[in-house]
Design a protein around this ligand. Structure first.
Ligand code: ADP
Length: 177
C-alpha cells in the first residue's frame, strides 16, 4: 500500500456546491437593476428556497441572501397595496434608490427582507469543515465564493446527500481514503 495521502482526494466545497460543471448558472438577483417583472419571472420559473443578491451579474459580488417566501410576500403586497408599483418598477435592496430618470415608475425598496450577512465559505474549504459548520450553526444554506466572487450554493440537503454518499462508498475505495 502506498502512503495514504497519495490516494486521498479530500472533497472540497466546490465539489458539492451547485451549480455543477455544465449546469446553468446560479439564479441570482441584482441589488438595484431588476424589475418587478424580472423577479416575478424568477419566482415563477424556479423553486429554490432563496436567492443570492449580487451587485451586478458582471461583478458577482455578494450583497446578501433573500428567502423565496419573503420575496413572494413582499412583491405580492407591493403589487396590491403600494401606489405606482408596476411590472417595470425597479426593485432595489440598497440603502438608497438607484438614480433613474424622473419619468421612471415608482421603485420598490426591499432592503428589509435582505439577509446582509449570509454564511459563506471559499470553494477550497474541505467538506469536513463545511459539514461541521452546518451542524454547529444549524445552517439551511451556505454560499460559496472564490476571490470574493459568488460561485455557488450548498444547502442542508446537499450536505446530507454528500454524507449519505460517503456512507455508501464501497469498502475498497474507503481503504484508500
Ligand atoms: P433543497 O436543497 O432543500 O432542495 P433548494 O430547493 O433551495 O433546497 O435547492 C435545490 C437545489 O438547487 C440544491 O441542490 C441547491 O444547491 C440548488 N440551489 C439552491 N438555490 C439555488 C439558486 N438560487 N440557484 C441555483 N441553484 C440553487
Amino acid at each position: 500500500l502506498e502512503a495514504k495521502e497519495e490516494f486521498s482526494h479530500k472533497t472540497l466545497a466546490m465539489d458539492v456546491m451547485r451549480p455543477r460543471r455544465n449546469d446553468p448558472p446560479l439564479t441570482v438577483i441584482t441589488q438595484d437593476s431588476m424589475t418587478v417583472e424580472d423577479v416575478e419571472t424568477i419566482i415563477n420559473e424556479t423553486t429554490y428556497s432563496g436567492y443570492p443578491v449580487v451587485v451586478s451579474r458582471e461583478s458577482q459580488r455578494l450583497v446578501g441572501f433573500v428567502l423565496r417566501r419573503d420575496l413572494i410576500i413582499s412583491v405580492e403586497n407591493a403589487r396590491k397595496k403600494q401606489d405606482g408599483i408596476v411590472s417595470t418598477s425597479i426593485i432595489y435592496f440598497t440603502d438608497h434608490s438607484p438614480p433613474l430618470p424622473p419619468s421612471s415608475p415608482s421603485m420598490l425598496k426591499l432592503r428589509s427582507i435582505l439577509d446582509l450577512s449570509p454564511f459563506t465559505v471559499t470553494d477550497q474549504t474541505p467538506m469536513e469543515i463545511v459539514v461541521d459548520i452546518f451542524r454547529k450553526l444549524g445552517l439551511r444554506q451556505c454560499l460559496v465564493t472564490h476571490n470574493g466572487k459568488l460561485l455557488g450554493i450548498i444547502t442542508k440537503k446537499d450536505v446530507l446527500k454528500h454524507i449519505a454518499q460517503l456512507a455508501n462508498q464501497d469498502p475498497d475505495s474507503i481503504l484508500f481514503n
